[in-house]
Design a protein around this ligand. Sequence first.
Ligand code: S3P
Length: 428
Amino acid sequence: MTVVAPAVSLRGAVAVPGDKSISHRAVLIGSIAEGETAVRGFGRSEDTESTVRAMRALGVEIEDEGPDALRVHGVGLRGLRALDGSIDCGNAGTLVRLLAGILAGQQWQQFELAGDESLSTRPMGRIAEPLTQMGAGVETAGGHLPLGIEGRPLHGIAYELPVASAQVKSCVLLAGLYADGETTVVEPVPTRDHTERMLRAAGAHVRTGSGRVTVEPADRLVLGEVTVPGDISSAAPLILAATLLPGSELIVTGVGVNPTRIGFLDVLERMGARIAVFNRRTAAGEPVADLEITHSELVAAEIEPAEVPRLVDELPLFVLAASMAHGTSRVRGAEELRTKETDRIAAVADGLRALGAHVAAHDDGFTIRGVPTRPRGGRMSSAGDHRVAMLAAVAGLASRDGVAIEGAECVAVSFPGFFDLLDSLAQR
Ligand code: S3P
């Protein structure tokens, strides 16, 4: 049991690990590129290590060159080799869904993808459907893992996403590299566009506009070097803690501020938070900046369905922010939270209620009655979900009595040094 004691404030200047979404993509796309790709600022975590292990198992040489540096020796678009037995994707949804798109193009080879207990409950029909339309041989266990894939000649399709999902979009675009014509994905709402940016950087022809992304078949990719920005989703718990605790002054350097990822900053600003974004620059085709956060009182906010993908992984933190704001907040159109590492609507509502917050769960979101004082604290389970564990830790800092977190070790899925970093910043 990890206990997070109340803190007076959060003070200091830190960097957070490299972005998890971009780190997965650097290894996956580096693996099917020609020649070497040097990855700097790699966000090492259980999830991204699963990707390194999976690509090694498929015959890709990946050298560890330091705590956050890798060198990927690409085997080219069609150079992956099938192995006996299944590829273990661990807890990583991004890995299984993106890799499936790549394997669909490895002609006449057969693969099986499997994962841990949590990943095995998550929906895979959403990738099986478009990959089958493209001509791949795909089998699931009733829409779940294990996923069997036979690479076959693929056809370009136009695919309208039934759910706003960057993972499904990326799966189809990666398969589109292997197709006999253009592949278009139509998005109901824009989702993170890291795959599009990295494919372009690797020389692929990708067009975007009016809710559509089109990729042309590729002969070869060359990535060369990727400098991964800090993960805004890992910075988010720190940003919220600094906002909630009076006297806080926090600087987070080198964070990715891709417009498709900064919904949490926008919503917090709407609620009255003080977040300065400065030193804007670009790395690996991604916008990067430094952030300075000072304490502020918050007012309630409404989150509508169209905004959800821009802060999908930060919605648990939003619920805590709203529970300490003036007024009643609502989240609508967030039913995708029920298909994450755990059912995040249930885990967040049950967990925060146990600490004294007023949170009602709905099929597609939350209603939160804010009380602008410290919640009592108590005991909260991570439900085995790294984002819920980090939420519980921030709640502990902001509480009166502290929070005892059951299953806190799962933070390592995205942010292994989280508790040490939090301790170094918390003033008690
Ligand atoms: C991710 C996309 C999101 C997000 C996940 C990472 C990605 O999932 O929740 O943590 O790297 O593409 P969906 O695209 O399934 O919503």
